[in-house]
Design a protein around this ligand. Structure first.
Ligand SMILES: [Zn+2]
Length: 284
């Protein structure tokens, strides 16, 4: 199977680019002022003051990352994963979809297998060798009992201490609208952590697991914690670069892994006093 994307050179349409929708905010920090966001007009740089971030707890051994699409972890969280696997922690990825509807120039039947392979390759770059695909429809994930049951089942099977995902809030910050799949998976995931701990729910989906301490979301407009990724940043870039077919269909900064990831990492790092850092909203 070739990894060459069809239609290379064409300008992707909005629906194609919106598949991942990472934060497009311009971030400029203004010193140790209280936590406050000043919003500006679209396209105009505005300051984002991230104060009072706590150090991300690292006294755990097993994490499960659950996201909607291939590349979701790579747009901001992968460098932290590389740090954690480098510490000897175990991190498993679960992809709710194959991302088959994420490249408008490529039919889903062709894109799905390619994007799965790219995700597996991206995982290897950050020390993750367990990747599961849950097979829900890309772009049409239904938040409900079926999804909660699937997520509770995988939580019960892997018994993680920590669950990781990406932003499920309505916005990435400012005038933006998050992808429906991200919103659905994030909310269902928080529910599923609770469901997984309840022995009377989804009784045919494994033994209850109440050991999840918290769920951490990267890309949130309301981060609470930070992780130093100075030494693992390059691995995160390599992980995103593995999404070759997807990236080749993009344009601008999103198509350049290092350029896209370095700005937010440097800005968060400046705020907390390191070169490069990743921010997470921790719930739990
Ligand atoms: Zn996505």
């Amino acid at each position: 199977m070739g990894l060459k994307a069809t239609g290379v050179g064409r300008v992707p349409d909005a629906s194609e680019r919106s598949h991942t929708d990472p934060p497009r905010i311009s971030v400029r920090f203004r010193g140790p002022t209280p936590c406050r966001r000043a919003r500006g007009r679209r396209g105009v740089a505005y300051s984002l003051v991230v104060a009072d971030l706590d150090t991300f707890p690292e006294d755990w051994t097993r994490a499960l990352a659950v996201v909607a699409h291939p590349d979701d972890m790579e747009y901001g969280a992968a460098a932290a994963v590389a740090r954690w696997t480098g510490q000897g922690k175990s991190v498993t990825y679960a992809l709710v979809t194959d991302g088959e509807a994420g490249i408008s120039s490529m039919p889903p039947a062709e894109a799905g297998p390619i994007r799965r392979a790219e995700q597996i390759a991206g995982c290897r770059e950050v020390g993750v060798d367990q990747v599961e695909f849950l097979g829900h429809p890309d772009g049409a994930i239904a938040e409900g009992l079926e999804l909660r049951a699937d997520l509770a089942a995988i939580i019960r099977r892997h018994r993680p201490d920590v669950v990781i995902s990406i932003n499920f809030r309505e916005s990435w910050g400012g005038p933006s609208w998050n992808h429906a799949d991200h919103r659905a998976v994030g909310r269902a995931l928080l529910d599923a952590v609770r469901d997984a701990a309840n022995r009377w729910l989804f009784t045919d989906r494994g033994e209850a697991w109440a050991g999840v301490r918290f769920v951490a979301f990267s890309g949130s407009p309301s981060p609470t914690h930070w992780v130093d990724v100075t030494d693992s940043f390059d691995a995160g870039v390599r992980s995103l670069a593995c999404h070759n077919a997807y990236l080749r269909a993009l344009e601008g900064d999103m198509a350049s892994p290092d350029a896209f990831l370095r700005g937010p990492a440097a800005a968060t790092g400046e705020r907390v006093g390191v070169d490069l850092a990743a921010a997470f909203e921790v719930i739990g």
